[in-house]
Design a protein around this ligand. Structure first.
Ligand code: PMT
Length: 437
């Protein structure tokens, strides 16, 4: 069997030099690499560098290869996965819109193999609504978005937008090759054998490694490989005026633990998160939102593509009807402050789960101060969930803590779990979901 082939797309970004390390990392894992570059990428790294690394011709212009009049199609057909790293905001936007005006974007449109993109850009460009909508649209179509990291950016700003670590990008690509092989979805080298797990080497990041090992070896079981998981997490915040909001005490710990555990078990995970102070788990795509309505909008596409959806977020049931766009002042605005009118928010879980497919598994949480099990059973039905994780909330319980005690409620009955860390609980909940399937 021949080695698997990854087409590495390089776009015009200061992080383009890291593509060389990505190519080396994939080659070390036994992958043949070909490279396609945009013209702007050539301003940062020369094609000669990639030609030397890959011993393959490097493609840039649509009409460069006179011997191959349909170069974009042959490039697309030859690869088992197409990884674009770094991917600029511009290229992500073009792919999201189906624009194909150079060799790289034309090849992306012609590719039937798994497509992965690793965005890298300035923090404000990354957080811009247009970019986030484009990334969400791509995720919804099954494109794997390798979440950018946070830190000091080349432009001097600090924030999210840094190209993900090379190990994370290599690990995600190897995972995609392995999953494509399992499902027969590769477009390239027929019979290509994805690299052996050990070939990833010691450098692969936890959660992004392609190693599939039995739990007994200390590594997590990869029983969710090939599945897409969506998790909602954290609180929502609902503006009252320019400086105040309504919210709750959710820290996001439970949802982030679930996302991390699902990724470690091999799933492709999208985390839709309200405002929290937690780092994105390795290898997980994070969509950040503030309000309940934003959470519903952001969750639609990942939910539609998900095999499993877990709703841990503490979504505000109500929001101020008419938030002021200035600070409401004590004295001058007393009447308005005393008479704040609330309107009901959409129920993210119930709205999405109403349309769930027969093959999807949907899990809700129930945060209760009274009649925990009775309310959880009612929510199982009213929210169209397959499983409800019920927890008692209140002073020092569940919200913000590192451990939790829950009951698992499904159509078959109720199971009480002992107090345990949220990390252990995340695995217990995933075990219960696997048991439902
Ligand atoms: O984030 P942590 O600090 O780790 O805390 C964890 C937690 C306490 C937030 C978590 O364990 C938990 O209980 N999450 C659900 C909180 C909640 O809002 O529960 P609820 O009983 O009000 O809602 C039931 C379900 O409907 C939940 O799955 C919730 O995500 C969903 N919901 C609720 C209201 C709404 N408008 N939209 C929703 O999707």
């Amino acid at each position: 069997m021949s080695e698997p082939c990854v087409l590495v797309g390089v776009t015009g970004c200061i992080a383009a030099y890291k593509s060389c390390e990505v190519v080396r990392g994939l080659q070390k894992a036994g992958v043949r690499c070909k490279v396609v570059m945009t013209e702007h990428a050539c301003e940062f790294v020369g094609p000669t560098t990639f030609r030397a690394l890959t011993h393959e011709p490097v493609a840039v212009g649509l009409f460069d290869d006179a011997s191959d009049p349909i170069h974009h199609v042959s490039l697309a057909q030859e690869c088992d996965a197409f990884l674009i790293a770094p991917c600029t905001a511009n290229v992500a936007a073009k792919i999201a819109c189906g624009i194909a005006d150079d060799l790289l974007t034309t090849t992306a449109l012609a590719t039937t193999s798994p497509l992965l993109i690793a965005p890298a850009m300035n923090v404000h460009m990354y957080e811009a609504a247009a970019t986030q909508e484009n990334l969400a649209r791509l995720r919804g179509r099954g494109v794997r978005v390798i979440e950018a990291g946070e830190g000091y950016l080349a432009c001097g700003d600090v924030g999210r937008g840094r190209l993900a670590d090379v190990d994370v990008i290599v690990g995600a690509t190897l995972d995609a090759l392995r999953e494509a092989r399992a499902t027969g979805a590769t477009g390239g080298c027929e019979g290509a054998e994805p690299p052996a797990c050990a070939a990833v080497g010691e450098s692969a990041a936890p959660g992004a490694s392609a190693s599939a090992g039995p739990a007994a070896s200390g590594a997590p079981a990869r029983d969710l490989a090939g599945l897409r998981v969506m998790v909602t997490a954290g609180p929502t915040v609902e503006p009252l005026d320019a400086v105040r909001y309504l919210s709750n005490y959710s820290s996001g710990k439970m949802g982030y633990a679930l996302a991390a555990a699902a990724a470690a078990r091999g799933a492709q995970v999208t985390l839709v998160s309200g405002p929290v102070a937690l780092e994105a788990p390795a290898g997980v795509d994070v969509i950040r939102v503030k309000t309940a309505r934003e959470m519903l909008d952001a969750a639609r596409a990942p939910f539609a593509g998900a095999d499993i959806a877990v709703f841990t977020a503490a979504v505000a049931d109500f929001r101020p009807a008419r938030p002021a766009d200035r600070k409401l002042k004590k004295g001058a605005d007393d009447a308005a402050l005393r008479a704040v009118e609330l309107v009901e928010n959409p129920d993210v879980l119930a709205t999405l789960a109403r349309e769930k497919r027969a093959d999807q598994r949907v899990v809700g949480f129930a945060a209760e101060t009274d009649d925990v099990l009775g309310n959880a059973r009612r929510k199982l039905a009213s929210k169209h969930a397959d499983l409800v994780v019920a927890n008692e909330v209140g002073e020092g319980r569940a919200f913000g803590t590192d451990d939790n005690k829950v009951w698992l409620v499904d159509a078959a009955g109720t199971r009480e779990l002992p107090l345990m860390s949220k990390a252990a609980l995340a695995d217990a909940v995933l075990d219960a979901i696997v048991g439902l399937r």
